[in-house]
Design a protein around this ligand. Structure first.
Ligand code: FAQ
Length: 311
């Protein structure tokens, strides 16, 4: 049976079709997807914190309600992704424990502080912008529940990116102090946003196999390049500069060249040593523990309903 399953799986991948939860799949494929999808879910959930930090201080009621809606969208993305990951056989409780009490990863970017209102703009424009470039190809990921979740998530991320752009546009066309605030936010988020795409291809242990399985469609460096090329003109339209003196389009190779990134900093951040790792994890742990009574009440309610149905 395993031989037939493996053959069917290999055929699906060769045809660029999709794998559904009940299909046979190699243990390594399941494991690697669980790894990537759960990290992605954790990123959405932890990613709520830098922006939630600004909800009470948004400069107007309208901006407050937009920001609240955005943060709620991130919660929704986390929930779709946990549900999609559960179809691979690991429960959401277990995945959450791996984050809170274990050493599961989440995106490096959310370990940087959101210091000013302009950071809400930079996060929307650069962080959601990078997320879209990375995630649009994932809509075609070979694991069907992941691809389906990505379609909806990408639509919402596009709205997020526009709201970030609009915040920066307003600030960069405001007073000199506001423009400076926008520039400062872009200066701080540019390099960490480029690091979201992961280590350089030569140091990316998972890429090759993920691409062979049609999970990833492009390498980390290819997507990073695409992103830089996309934001150059957008920065000009915003009237802001990207803090990268080496940024240029190389006609010969047809590629965007950007400055070297500080990969030691990246490794430090993903190992827990970034500016906000401890704070983000403590906040997440407290929220989870404070919410225990809600989970208990929901489980008791579900049990009662099931008993009623049995009667
Ligand atoms: N941060 O071999 P690779 C969002 C890890 S967007 C932390 O290249 P892979 C939206 C990697 O896991 C952010 N760790 O790995 C939002 C691996 O460790 P492992 C989330 C990173 O998987 C906006 C090791 O380094 N998006 O949330 C990072 O082939 C605003 C070696 O790396 C996704 O997760 C990093 N930046 O490629 C929310 C997208 N980069 O697992 C709120 C889906 C690498 O072996 C507010 N994920 N690592 O222990 C992916 O596309 C891929 O997993 C990559 C990494 C590209 C992130």
């Amino acid at each position: 049976q395993e031989v037939a399953g493996r053959e069917a799986f290999e055929e699906l991948i060769a045809e660029d079709s999709r794998v559904e939860p009940r299909d046979w799949m190699p243990a390594d494929y399941r494991k690697s997807l669980t790894r990537q999808m759960s990290q992605h879910a954790h990123s959405e959930i932890i990613g709520m914190q830098p922006e939630a930090n600004w909800i009470t201080r948004a400069p107007s009621l309208k901006r407050k309600s937009i920001l609240m809606a955005k943060v709620q969208d991130e919660a929704g993305h986390g929930l779709y992704l946990y549900s999609a990951t559960e179809t691979l056989g690991t429960s959401r409780d277990e995945l959450t424990d791996q984050l809170i009490y274990g050493s599961a990863k989440y995106s490096s970017i959310f370990n940087y502080p959101a210091r000013s209102w302009a950071d809400m703009g930079a996060i929307g424009w650069l962080v959601d912008g990078a997320a879209i470039v990375n995630q649009v190809p994932l809509c075609r990921a070979s694991y069907a529940p992941y691809g389906r979740a990505m379609v909806r998530i990408c639509k919402e991320e596009s709205f997020h990116q526009r709201q970030g752009w609009e915040i920066l546009y307003e600030l960069s066309h405001g007073s000199p102090a506001q423009k400076q605030m926008a520039q400062d936010a872009v200066d701080r988020f540019y390099a960490p946003a480029l690091m979201m795409f992961g280590p350089p291809d030569a140091d990316s242990p998972n890429s090759q196999q993920s691409m062979a399985w049609n999970i990833k469609r492009f390498s980390n460096d290819e997507l990073r390049q695409r992103f830089v090329g996309m934001i150059v003109e957008q920065a000009e339209a915003l009237g802001l500069t990207l803090p990268d003196p080496e940024l240029r389009f190389d006609e010969e190779s047809g590629q965007w060249i950007h400055q070297d990134l500080d990969w030691d900093e990246f490794m430090r951040v993903i190992k827990g040593g970034g500016p906000c790792n401890a704070q983000r994890m403590a906040r997440r742990r407290d929220a989870h523990e404070d919410g225990a009574w809600v989970r208990e009440a929901a489980a008791a309610y579900a049990r009662d309903r099931a008993d009623e149905m049995d009667e």
